[in-house]
Design a protein around this ligand. Sequence first.
Ligand SMILES: [Zn+2]
Length: 139
Amino acid sequence: MKMPRDTRLTILERRRVKRGAREAEVAQERAREMAAAKRELAKRHVLVNPQNLRPTNSYGTPDFVKRGHYVDMPFNCKSCGVLQVWTEFQQKWWYESAKGDVWTKSVLCRNCRKREQARRAAAREVHLAGLAAKGKHEQ
Ligand SMILES: [Zn+2]
């Protein structure tokens, strides 16, 4: 038996609405799962906030930005060779607060970094003292 055209249309319309509702439900469920996964990730890792990063002219995207969170990074100090871990928190501070270049990584251990900072400060002082002496000399 053939049903009237308008009845068939209402049935099709009802099915379409039902399908739409089901799809919306699935999408909502997926969004909930994504949010839960992100919360879970945030519990275990320090997340990257790309808005805080210093702009870069490079076309590439650093791994930690693609990944969306930081990972503790072991490395050997360039100066003394001791094994160090550059922690997720230190990375977040470096990239997002200190606005360090996104392509730079930690290369010196804490001690060597302090020593290097002190050495540079001393060199600067000598340099400035030299400039001051020169200025006096020329006057
Ligand atoms: Zn070192």
